[in-house]
Design a binder for this molecule. Sequence first.
Ligand code: AP5
Ligand code: MG
Length: 209
Amino acid sequence: MKLVFLGPPGAGKGTLATLAKENLSLVHISTGDIFRANIRNQTPLGVQVKAILDSGSLVPDDITIAIVKDRLQQPDALGGYLLDGFPRTIVQAQALSGFEQLDAVVNFVLKDSEVVRRLSGRRVCKSCGTGFHLTSLPPKKEGVCDKCGGTLMQRPDDEASAIQERLRVYHAQTAPLVEWYQSRGLLKEIDASPAPETVMKVLKELMGR
Ligand code: AP5
Ligand code: MG
């Protein structure tokens, strides 16, 4: 199965992808995670995109499309994948349709006020990347990752001004993809406001599992 997770920042795409990759046996490919790994490792790409990610703007389409095209050709992705955070513009969606045939696009629906609440309370592990939330999904010990014992941090783009920029970019450039995929018969909508386990249950039903 070839799936895309669409939706505003903070809608829970990453959280659900972590649950779905086990439940649906799919490879999880997140463009945001790829960029952040490059920033962490200070690769040339990481150096190039760091300021863009920190501010909440989008990495240029040509760079992003080339990375995804390459990633989807790797052997583990050939059996099916879950694409999280790509495409984010009409240009990216057009490019993807030129080299892949999707089974479905799941649109996570969440209002802006809840996006802000979720992103401002998000904490991620510096070592393994596992995500937490100060009130919805708190770690057992404050500031410490349940999974690996690493230190929890706030993403630079979860600062208030970057959250506003990400929402602006989402509405201007990514939201038009909802109609784009709807008109191609691929769109499935999901209410992203309930707890992750509930959203996962609905997702499995949507996928006929
Ligand atoms: P990316 O990493 O994709 O960020 P995003 O889309 O802004 O989404 P997030 O990862 O912030 O949110 P999420 O939906 O995964 O939510 P999460 O599960 O963490 O992209 C980052 C940047 O990279 C972009 O700004 C851009 O610069 C660049 N980039 C990436 N892709 C690109 C592309 N295609 N083109 C150009 N540039 C690109 O959950 C959020 C919080 O809510 C967590 O704390 C979680 O615990 C909590 N939570 C989750 N679900 C629930 C729930 N059901 N109930 C309560 N709390 C919940
Ligand atoms: Mg994410």
